[in-house]
Design a protein around this ligand. Structure first.
Ligand SMILES: *Cc1c(COP(=O)(O)O)cnc(C)c1O
Length: 374
């Protein structure tokens, strides 16, 4: 009976596509490394170590309606976001994480062979979603200090197949910001400009949603509850979209994309902003301390960051070796097998106790691999 089925024909571009490399959950590492769950120090995904606000936890515990489908129009959450941010609710769409909104947007604009500009080193989802949607990525590399190369983006956008450019500010993995004047310049291009503000709450700079620029016809602003509000596991992000395109996004959105637990937790978070803001301030202070402490190791060279993580160049040892040695000691950081980042690790700002554990592990690695004066 083996060969009676016709072979399934896959899309050749998808068949040849490499898989996205996501971070693994703590349980995976607890088992793999044999460290007790309480001793694992997770600094690899820029998650908020303080977790959701107490009101969000209560809202989840009290969830009255898990048996009912969520509101496909997201009325309550869009209204609360509009109030919180001073926006028109008609321009807001909520996603199953901002990741889903990246995918939806690209489904809307890309035809086979169309081009998306991204500015690496940067977040991997733009590249990934572009490939899934049948588009092609054209990288416009950032400068050595991670600033955008604006003239190069403008030159690349002259190709009529280019449909969009993704700008991450603060950028992941280095934490540098793109100033509004640079975004304003890019908005003159005849393409969609998507500004991903996943970390804007840590940056000390206002979001573009609070600026007149937000009315540009080709600007999309993406934000998320994953980082500042500690809801990464519930998947809730949102965007501010041009009036001309948001109606079409609604047509292609999976009807029940944001579940009732995520909705309840996000609504409660917006009722607990002062609490969450205090944790943001703790993480900003933690990030500053992390930078200062890392710079004291002669083999580590942290970059300045306006987010809740630090990118750190490693000398004298391969970065991969530092990453693996930290992991054996129960400290997870992010390593990227990517051009321009092979000698770097990215470390999320943890609690003071987590940073203490990281620093102790780094001292041990310095002693073992570089001698006591490391
Ligand atoms: C973490 C992160 C996000 C968040 O995505 P969600 O799907 O909302 O969790 C978006 N963009 C960047 C650059 C990020 O680092």
């Amino acid at each position: 009976m083996a060969d009676l089925r016709p072979s399934v024909r896959l899309r050749p571009d998808v068949a040849d596509m490499p898989a996205y490399v996501p971070v693994e959950p703590p349980e995976f590492w607890v088992e793999r490394l044999g460290v007790p769950a309480g001793r694992l120090i997770k600094l690899d995904a820029n998650e908020n170590p303080y977790g959701p606000s107490p009101r969000a936890r209560q809202a989840l515990a009290d969830l009255p309606n898990a048996q009912i489908y969520p509101d496909p129009s997201q009325r309550a959450l869009r209204a609360a976001l509009a109030r919180h941010l001073g926006l028109d609710a008609g321009r807001i769409l909520v996603g199953h994480g901002s990741d889903e909104l990246i995918d939806l947007l690209l489904r809307l604009v890309l035809e086979a062979g169309d081009v998306v500009l991204d500015c690496p080193p940067t977040f991997g989802m733009y590249r990934f979603c572009t490939a899934v949607c049948g588009g092609r990525i054209r990288p416009v590399w950032r400068r050595p200090d991670f600033a955008l190369d604006l003239p190069a983006v403008e030159a690349a956008a002259a190709d009529r197949r280019v449909k969009a450019v993704f700008i991450t500010s603060p950028n992941n993995p280095d934490g540098s910001i793109t100033v509004p004047a640079a975004v304003e310049r890019l908005l003159r291009l005849p393409i969609l400009v998507v500004v991903d503000e996943a970390y804007v709450e840590f940056s000390g700079s206002p979001s573009l949603v609070s600026q007149p620029l937000r009315e540009a016809e080709n600007l999309v602003i993406l934000r998320t509850f994953s980082k500042w509000a500690g809801l990464a596991g519930l998947r809730v992000g949102y965007g501010h979209f041009p009036a001309e395109i948001i109606g079409h996004l609604w047509k292609i959105k999976p009807p029940y994309n944001v579940n009732v637990a995520a909705t309840a937790a996000a609504l409660a978070s917006l009722e607990d902003v002062d609490y969450l803001q205090a944790n943001v301030a703790r993480l900003v202070a933690g990030c500053e301390r992390l930078q200062a402490e890392l710079a004291r190791f002669p083999f580590l060279h942290p970059y300045p960051s306006r987010a809740n993580f630090v990118l750190c160049r490693v000398s004298k040892l391969p970065a991969r070796q530092v990453w693996e040695a930290l992991r054996r000691l129960g400290v997870l950081v992010r390593y990227f097998e990517q051009p321009g980042l092979e000698d770097c690790v990215r470390i999320s700002a943890g609690t003071p106790a987590q940073v203490d554990a990281l620093l102790a592990a780094l001292r041990q690695i310095a002693e073992e691999h570089l001698g006591a004066t490391g």
